[in-house]
Write a protein that binds this ligand. Structure first.
Ligand code: HEC
Length: 194
């Protein structure tokens, strides 16, 4: 092995080690990784479970009777599209402060714990408006994402991912599989992102 390939091999190895340690995905925006299983049919375990849980499918997501988006996670950790997309987007935009798997950091709270008590509308208001708290002279700043379509258009997805973590129905790391994106979810995202 020449010097360069040796260096490359070491770089690849240490990179793989970092990725494994944090289970943080590095995924191109629309590319689904090869190890993610597509919706199995029939029957589709995710929509079957959603039905059992009394959720309706509206505007591209499963919702409870109040219209709030809900995660659907089977016992094999197959998830609905929104929860899967939220997993990707959380680890793109939130994990730098809130830690991988919504488990928190020294700087920002574990959102998996926050959502045990925080309701949906407070979550949306906090992310869109941001928050600053002075604790003993140190400012803790949650940026406001209200103007950021890349966040706001997918905030329900991010919510369902964190909600799944807070309910304890999904272990840390990448979901085992997912549904395909629905036409309704595609349309909602297209209309929102413009
Ligand atoms: C630059 C760092 C940073 C980023 C990026 C960030 N946050 Fe925060 N967030 C914080 C800090 C710090 C707090 C705590 C603020 C405080 O103490 O008032 C916070 C608080 C929150 C809270 C309130 C939690 C609670 O228990 O009250 C929510 C909800 C939240 N963030 C969601 C998100 C989401 C969703 C994202 C990604 C779209 C995100 N944050 C990205 C730093 C960040």
């Amino acid at each position: 092995m020449d010097k360069f390939s040796k260096k490359l091999a070491v770089a690849v190895m240490s990179c793989a080690a970092v990725v494994t340690a944090f289970s943080v995905p590095v995924i191109a925006d629309d590319a689904a990784p090869a190890d993610i299983k597509d919706r199995t049919s029939p029957p589709d375990p995710v929509s079957e479970l959603a039905k059992q849980q009394g959720y309706k499918f509206e505007d591209g997501r499963y919702r409870n009777k109040d219209g709030e988006p809900q995660p659907v996670v089977t016992k094999d950790y197959m998830v609905d599209w929104g929860t899967w997309n939220g997993f990707r987007r959380y680890h793109d935009a939130c994990h730098v402060c809130h830690g991988p798997n919504a488990l928190g950091s020294t700087f920002a709270p574990a959102l998996a714990d926050s959502l045990k008590t925080m309701d949906y509308s407070t979550f949306v208001a906090t992310v869109s408006g941001g928050r600053k708290t002075n604790r003993g002279g140190t400012m803790f700043v949650m940026p406001s994402f209200g103007e950021d379509r890349n966040i706001m258009c997918y905030l329900d997805d991010i919510y369902t991912y964190i909600k799944a973590r807070s309910l304890g129905i999904m272990p840390p790391g990448r979901p085992a599989g997912r549904e395909d994106i629905s036409d309704a979810a595609k349309k909602a995202a297209d209309e929102c992102t413009g």
